[in-house]
Design a protein around this ligand. Structure first.
Ligand code: MG
Length: 255
């Protein structure tokens, strides 16, 4: 009797150690560190069949995540959108399934902070709920800024490190060019096929047909818990104290 109870208790402790991850550090990966690559010049013009999500003028294609009936509260000026951390995340009015997306972002030249607290934002390739729910392609200043590699710019946050570090200096415009294949679900809600993403960062391949394990999780391992269809694309107003990022020239081609 005692023996059996002890075995059961051991099994419970063992499975708790396996499955109940409780700290964000448990899913951080620090090595190997992606090699630094200096990007070349690339073309950023929208092709003729693209839907323009931001052309430098207004946020008409975007809404507030906190209240999607309200316009996006970030600032437009100098042909760019600048994050307003007091108003929270913003997302596209329209929902998307499979697509090619181009977006440009800039970390302010005077950026301060370290690690995840230095120019943190994020591109949620599909938003699966309010706040930070969704599949996050990380945006961060990793020009001489060390952090866990599956949390640096070009990572699928807490899942897949970028193949290389193609960051430009703070103050310079940087580009993401993305091919996104949304996950597919069976009629009973179970996963049919995972999301797949390819990402070029400043024209350099950093994610090559990467399979996603599920929507991003800050703590614990990602998995597909809930079926979803077409979803908005979302930009993150991260809660760190560093100076806010800007975005420009955002266009998409539905596939
Ligand atoms: Mg982020």
């Amino acid at each position: 009797m005692y023996k059996k109870t002890l075995a059961t208790a051991t099994a419970v402790v063992f499975s708790a150690a396996l499955f109940a991850q409780t700290k964000p550090e448990e899913t951080e990966v620090w090595e190997p560190v992606p090699t630094v690559v200096t990007p070349g010049k690339i073309n950023t013009d929208a092709p003729s069949d693209a839907i323009i999500l931001f052309d430098g003028k207004n946020l008409d294609q975007w809404v507030s995540v906190n209240d999607p009936s309200k316009p996006a509260g970030w600032k437009v000026g100098d042909k760019a959108i600048t994050v307003d951390k007091t108003t929270g995340n913003i997302q596209t009015k329209k929902s998307f399934t499979n697509y090619q997306l181009h977006i440009e972002w800039r970390v302010p030249k005077n950026i301060t902070g370290t690690g995840q607290g230095r120019g943190n934002s994020g591109l949620f390739l599909a938003s699966t709920g309010p706040g930070d729910e969704g599949y996050e392609l990380q945006i961060l200043d990793n020009y001489n800024n060390k952090t866990y590699v599956n949390g640096q710019a070009g990572s699928i946050y807490k899942q897949t490190a970028p193949l290389v570090n193609a960051n430009k200096k703070p103050g310079e415009w940087q580009t993401y060019d993305i091919a996104w294949t949304a996950p597919r679900f069976n009629s009973d809600g179970s996963l049919q096929s995972p999301a797949i993403v390819t990402v070029f960062f400043n024209g350099v391949l950093v994610q090559n047909n990467t399979e996603l394990k599920g929507p991003t999780k800050y703590i614990g391992k990602a998995s597909y818990e809930k079926a979803h269809g077409a979803s908005p694309i979302k930009l993150q107003a991260h809660g760190d104290k560093s100076e806010p990022l800007s975005f420009r020239n955002i266009w998409i081609r539905e596939l």
